[in-house]
Write a protein that binds this ligand. Structure first.
Ligand SMILES: Nc1nc2c(ncn2[C@@H]2O[C@H](COP(=O)(O)OP(=O)(O)O)[C@@H](O)[C@H]2O)c(=O)[nH]1
Ligand SMILES: [Mg+2]
Length: 359
């Protein structure tokens, strides 16, 4: 999974990136307008994985990974960050989700752009930028499709009418995610990398003097948009992280921070994207795979390898709880608790799957 971190300059994007990935990228005031991107990868902690590796005697355990891209600016905010949409889009096109960082802190060393600290207004501005950026893509493509559909190719006609629908949606300041596209339509649009089709998680970067709940204006706006809001204090958490472990817990407690920001972020991202985890395991490795809830066995197999999807025969499934309760695969099989499932089986969180295939 790939998450793009977006926000206005000096909202704390790079600080958040450092916190999430354990990096040490530059956050001095001069870095705000710098070009380019920071890239980093984190492993998703999942206690079930070690347990599975243990029960299968796997040589190694491979956790799911989230890669993060921290960009210097925002697509539409060219005048503020010196970046243009064309420069940023390639970094974001293949992101699965966007983390929108909203500033809710005062700082003399790092003043807010225009002196405005208003996370609800920033959310509106970023949303508008995403919409404009998608609209620009649609408007650039439509005239070409207009010509191409004259060839009589029904696929081009369908794409054309879908893009018209998209244009109307964006012009009404809607997100493409709200169009309720069916899987076919989503596939048709996949190549465009539309930003408003991606899952969104709002991160409120709150100063120490701020209440723990998001300001009502932000909470209402996010609720109306149906996006979750996570509050954290990126700088404070980053500073605490640098301390020896025995001092950390006491500080988390005294500041009322529930657990590490990275863990909360990952949980939030999984919730925002409605992801679940299935596992594969053998003597060589046990591995965690994130998939959207509702994914069928054959598509889940495709995550592991395209051959497994193409040549899918069946999945042998043992739920994690059963595996633990019975003390391993062998006993689960003996007790008849391993299920055989076909292509259309909807994979459940915690399923340990062996995929039988032939190509
Ligand atoms: N007081 C305070 N300063 C912060 C916080 N988060 C970031 N900063 C500071 O704001 C400045 C800009 O942060 P940075 O992460 O580079 O922002 P970016 O431009 O969005 O990447 C830096 O000087 C940070 O130390 C915060 O939660 N509180
Ligand atoms: Mg930055």
């Amino acid at each position: 999974m790939k998450v793009g971190i977006l926000g206005l300059p000096s909202s704390g994007k790079t600080t958040l990136f450092n916190l999430l990935t354990g990096s040490d990228a530059d956050t001095t005031p001069f870095s705000a307008g710098r070009r380019g991107a920071n890239l980093g990868v984190v492993r998703v902690p999942d206690e079930r994985l070690a347990k599975i590796a243990d029960l299968y005697g796997s040589k190694k355990a491979v956790p799911a990974e989230i890669s993060f891209v921290d960009l210097a600016g925002l697509p539409g905010a060219a005048d503020r960050s010196g970046e243009r949409a064309e420069d940023l889009l390639p970094y974001l096109r293949d992101a699965d989700a966007l983390a929108l960082v909203l500033r809710d802190f005062d700082s003399e060393q790092a003043p807010a752009p225009g002196g405005r600290v208003d996370p609800a207004a920033d959310l509106d501005e970023i949303r508008a930028d995403l919409i404009l950026s998608d609209l620009a893509v649609v408007e650039k493509r439509l005239p070409h499709l207009e010509k191409e559909k004259k060839s009589g190719d029904p696929a081009k006609t369908r794409e054309w009418s879908l893009l018209l629908k998209a244009k109307e949606c964006l012009e009404g300041e809607g997100r493409l995610a709200d169009l309720g596209l069916d899987p076919d339509e989503r596939r048709m649009l996949a190549g465009y990398g539309f930003l408003t089709l991606k899952g969104i998680l709002v991160l409120r970067n709150a100063g120490e003097d701020r209440p723990s709940d998001p300001p009502p204006a932000l909470a209402e706006k996010a609720a109306r948009l149906g996006v979750p809001v996570l509050s954290l204090n990126a700088l404070l958490e980053w500073e605490i992280r640098e301390l020896p472990e025995e001092e950390r817990e006491a500080l988390y407690e005294s500041y009322g921070i529930e657990g590490h920001g990275r863990r909360r972020f990952i949980r939030g991202a999984y919730a925002a994207l409605d992801l679940i985890t299935f596992f594969t395991a053998n003597q060589n490795e046990a591995r965690a795979w994130p998939i959207p809830r509702g994914t069928t066995a054959v598509h889940a197999a495709g995550k592991v390898h395209t051959d497994l999807e193409r040549g899918f025969i069946r999945a042998e499934v043992i739920p994690f709880d059963v595996l633990v309760e019975l003390g391993g695969e062998k006993h689960a099989k003996e007790k008849g608790r391993m299920r055989l499932e076909g292509k259309e089986y909807v994979v459940q969180d915690g399923d340990v799957m062996l995929i039988r295939f032939s190509v």
